[in-house]
Design a protein around this ligand. Structure first.
Ligand code: ATP
Ligand code: HSE
Length: 312
C-alpha cells in the first residue's frame, strides 16, 4: 500500500493548472512502494507519476531531483522531472512536497535473466559517466559512519553468534578505505524494484532518494548483490558475469578497483544487513514498516566470504 496521503481529481485540478501538461484524464493510486505516496496521472499530454514525499522535506529534494533532470538530459533512462510554470520541479500538494515525473516504460522484474543484468550494468556505467558533470554534492547517509553508530545499538537484540559475525564484519570494513578509488554520484539502492525493464532493455531507473557521492564500484556491488544473488544468498555466476561485462563495456575497472572488489561486495551487503536489522528491531513509532529479511544479507556476506572467484 503506498497511498499515505489521498489525492482526488478535485485536488489535482488546481495543481495541474500550475503546469503545462494538459488536463486530467485519469488518476490512479500505485500499490507498490513503501515510502512515498505515488499516483499515475494521465493527462491530455501523456502519462506521469506524481509523488508526494512523506519523509523528505522540500529543501532536501533538490540534490535528487536535479540529478534526475541532469541524467535524463544526458540520455540516461530515468524518469525526467517536470517543471511547473515557475520553473520549479518541487511543488506542494495536500501539504506534502510533490514531484511530477514522466512515466518510464516497463515493469519490475523479480527474476532477471543474464541479458537484462548486462543491460542494467551498461546503463549504470553510463549513469556514472553522465553524472561526472553533475555539480550537486551529498554525503552517503548510509555509509561507514552510519553503520558504525547503528550496528552497536543492535548487538544486544541479536542472537550472540549473529552479533559476533556483525562485529567481525565491521572490523573487516574498518581496515579498508575506498576513497582512493574512482568516486562520483551513485544511485546506492539499485535493487530490482528500482528498475523498470521494458523487455530486455532498461525502461528507467527510479527512486534516487539514496543517491549520493561515493565510490562508483560500491554502486556496482550493491546492484550485483541484488540482481545476481539467489534466495539462498549465493551468487549466480552467469548473471554476475553479464552485469560486470555490461558495466565494463562502458567503464573498464582499474586494477585497484579489482583488488578492492571482494571487500566492497561485503560492504554493500553489510549496509543492507544493518538497515534491515535496524528496521526489524527498531521500527519507527507510527511508521508503516514492511521489514525486509535481514538474514538474507547475512547469508550474502557469508557466501562472499567463502568465494574465491569474483568474476573479474
Ligand atoms: N517514473 C515512473 N514510471 C513508471 N512507473 C513508476 C515510475 N515511478 C514509480 N513507478 C511505479 O511506482 C512504484 C513505486 O515507486 P517507488 O518504488 O519509487 O515507491 P516509493 O514508495 O517512493 O519508494 P520505495 O518503495 O523504494 O521506498 C514502482 O514500483 C513503479 O511501479
Ligand atoms: N532496497 C532496500 C530498501 C530501500 O532502501 C532493501 O531491500 O533493504
Amino acid at each position: 500500500m503506498s497511498v499515505f496521503t489521498t489525492v482526488t481529481a478535485e485536488d489535482l485540478g488546481p495543481f495541474l493548472k500550475r503546469y503545462s501538461i494538459g488536463s486530467l484524464l485519469e488518476l490512479k493510486g500505485i500499490a507498490a512502494g513503501i515510502t512515498n505516496t505515488n499516483y499515475f496521472v494521465t493527462t491530455t499530454h501523456g502519462r506521469y507519476v506524481l509523488t508526494l514525499f512523506e519523509n523528505l522535506a522540500a529543501d532536501e529534494l533538490p540534490f535528487y531531483v536535479n540529478l534526475m533532470a541532469h541524467l535524463a538530459h544526458h540520455g540516461i533512462a530515468v524518469a525526467a522531472p517536470i517543471a511547473n510554470l515557475d520553473d520549479q520541479y518541487v511543488d506542494v500538494l495536500n501539504g506534502r512536497p510533490t514531484l511530477l515525473v514522466q512515466c518510464v516504460p516497463g515493469t519490475v522484474v523479480d527474476e532477471p535473466n543474464a541479458t537484462q543484468c548486462a543491460e542494467v550494468g551498461e546503463m549504470l556505467a553510463q549513469m556514472h559517466l553522465a553524472a561526472r558533470s553533475y555539480r550537486g554534492q551529498m554525503s552517503n547517509p548510509r555509509g561507514a559512519d552510519w553503520w558504525n553508530v547503528t550496528a552497536p545499538q543492535l548487538f544486544d537484540l541479536m542472537d550472540k553468534a549473529d552479533a559476533e559475525q556483525l562485529r567481525a564484519e565491521l572490523s573487516l570494513q574498518a581496515e579498508h578505505h575506498f576513497d582512493g578509488l574512482p568516486q562520483g554520484v551513485i544511485h546506492a539502492d539499485l535493487f530490482r524494484d528500482n528498475v523498470l525493464l521494458n523487455g530486455d532493455h532498461v525502461g528507467g531507473f527510479i527512486d534516487f532518494y539514496y543517491a549520493c557521492n561515493d565510490t562508483l564500484l560500491y554502486d556496482l556491488a550493491i546492484t550485483l548483490n541484488d540482481w545476481c544473488v539467489t534466495e539462498s544468498g549465493d551468487i549466480d555466476s552467469e548473471r554476475a558475469s553479464a552485469l560486470l561485462q555490461g558495466y565494463q563495456a562502458v567503464r573498464t575497472l582499474q586494477a585497484d578497483e579489482i583488488a578492492a572488489w571482494p571487500v566492497l561486495l561485503r560492504a554493500a551487503a553489510l549496509r543492507f544487513w544493518v538497515s534491515r536489522l535496524y528496521d526489524f528491531h527498531k521500527p519507527a513509532a507510527g511508521e508503516m514498516t514492511f521489514a525486509k529479511d535481514p538474514l538474507h544479507f547475512q547469508r550474502v556476506i557469508s557466501a562472499h566470504a567463502e568465494r574465491q572467484d569474483f568474476w573479474l
